[in-house]
Design a protein around this ligand. Structure first.
Ligand SMILES: Cc1cc2nc3c(=O)[nH]c(=O)nc-3n(C[C@H](O)[C@H](O)[C@H](O)COP(=O)(O)O)c2cc1C
Length: 414
């Protein structure tokens, strides 16, 4: 499941910063035995639509958004098994700081933490961290590769049994089992070792969602979970085949890398009710919101482009994979606004119907499951965890109980 803040609906809008919403969410998905909760993040207030922050702030599009890392201990304390995956930027975080934060969280939760690595695509985010212009897309991924390499070495700078806590000998840490790393890269360097112990899982679960060839190359080299935001079974299949080939080319086992597809199902009492919701949402959809939202991922002001003029000469230093899919959806903005889907949409029905549709897609495309994304309100979460999940469990498609203590072991087991 993928969580975004803030939230419209119910009583949660006014209390958007109250962590009880996230605590209720994590308890629900822990009870429903999900693999993990991904806490998405970005570090800017967009002003891409009409040269102004107004459009975004009025609609709470990407802001306000609290930092995900302080939510992690709250969530692990309020749950027993589910993995928690905060998002961090490889372009702006110092790798040592991140390695220590994640190690601390993994140790404190006894092995329940992962990390979603993003390169951050927006110019405004780069400017918040002191850059005048953003780093080029391919350079961001070269940095990301080195960042993850360095972070892994820092986690490995303590052997698993370095902490001996031997009261009789008066030795807390065996000094032979802690080593400097002396990392010297193109972008980062760090002497090490980390000044906290190795994470409880050895290496926390690594997650990434990149659509471009560079993004896929990075994910295939390092990641345990790779997420695809594609819209059709054909795209799912093509993504999976490509990424599995890339994982194997790195000498890694493709069956140990989980590929998940982003989906936003509508679950209602009956198929007819779900169709009504689907139709009402399609009717209420404002193309401007989608264009403003996508514009903030591409750093393009779509308000300045005529909806019916053929599009020409557009390019981006932002999200490449999404941009390519976006541009392929039509020759004008109006056509694209009608056709573009960020992930899989249109799956709607009773719990039985949605379960069947998801099972069919998984059967046809192959893969390891879905990342359910949607606004985090209690009602939607209950429709998933208490409506859909029991049907999936009855059919043996998802777990009924966790078998292991650590997030990584649970992830690999089912
Ligand atoms: C499910 C999902 C979640 C993502 N979460 C974040 C996020 O929290 N923050 C962020 O900056 N980018 C996020 N992204 C964007 C990706 O990290 C990446 O920038 C994007 O897929 C484009 O990569 P590409 O340029 O390699 O195609 C997410 C993408 C997907 C599909």
């Amino acid at each position: 499941m993928c969580a975004t803040t803030p939230v419209w609906g119910g009583n949660s809008a006014r209390n958007w910063a109250d962590p009880s919403l996230q605590i209720d969410l994590v308890r629900s998905i822990d009870r429903a035995c999900f693999d993990f909760l991904l806490l998405e993040d970005s570090s800017f207030v967009p002003d891409n639509y009409g040269d102004s922050m107004e459009f975004y702030l009025e609609r709470a599009l990407r802001a306000p958004k609290n930092d995900p890392l302080p939510l992690v201990p709250l969530m692990t304390q309020a749950s027993k098994h589910v993995g928690i995956v905060p998002t961090i930027s490889t372009s702006f975080y110092p790798p040592y700081l991140l390695a220590r934060l994640i190690s601390t969280l993994d140790l404190m939760s006894d092995g329940r933490v992962g990390c979603n690595f993003v390169t951050s695509t927006a110019l405004r985010a780069a400017q918040n961290f002191g850059l005048k212009d953003h780093i080029e897309h391919h350079t961001r991924y070269e940095m990301a590769d080195e960042f993850v390499e360095l972070v892994k070495q820092l986690w490995n700078s303590w052997e698993a049994d370095a902490v001996v806590a031997d009261e009789e000998r008066g030795v807390f840490v065996d000094p032979c089992k802690v080593k400097t790393i002396d990392f010297e890269g193109r972008f980062f360097s760090s002497r090490g070792p980390l000044n906290t112990a190795r994470p409880a899982q050895g290496q926390p679960v690594l997650v990434q969602a990149g659509g471009s060839p560079q993004g896929r190359a990075f994910a295939s080299k390092h990641m345990d979970v790779i997420i695809a935001a594609v819209g059709t079974v054909e795209e799912m299949k093509a993504f999976r085949d490509d990424v599995r080939d890339r994982v194997a080319a790195h000498g890694r086992d493709p069956d140990k890398t989980k590929i998940l597809y982003q989906i936003t199902p509508i679950v209602a009492e009956t198929d007819a009710q779900a169709q009504e919701i689907l139709e009402a949402r399609a009717k209420a959809k404002d193309p401007k919101v989608m264009l403003a939202s996508m514009g903030s991922l591409f750093d393009i002001d779509f308000s300045k482009i005529d909806m019916d003029e053929p599009l020409a000469g557009l390019s981006t230093n932002g999200q490449q994979g999404t941009f390519k899919r976006f541009m392929a959806m039509g020759s004008t903005l109006r056509e694209i606004a009608q056709n573009f889907r960020f992930g899989i949409e249109g799956v709607a029905g009773s719990p039985e119907t949605v379960a069947s549709q998801m099972a069919e897609m998984m059967e046809e495309a192959g893969g390891d499951g879905f990342l359910i994304a949607g606004s985090v309100n209690r009602r939607y979460v209950a429709e998933i965890t208490d409506g859909l999940v029991p049907v999936l469990q009855r059919r043996g498609l998802v777990r009924k109980a966790y078998a292991h203590e650590h997030f990584r072991d649970n992830l690999l087991e089912f």
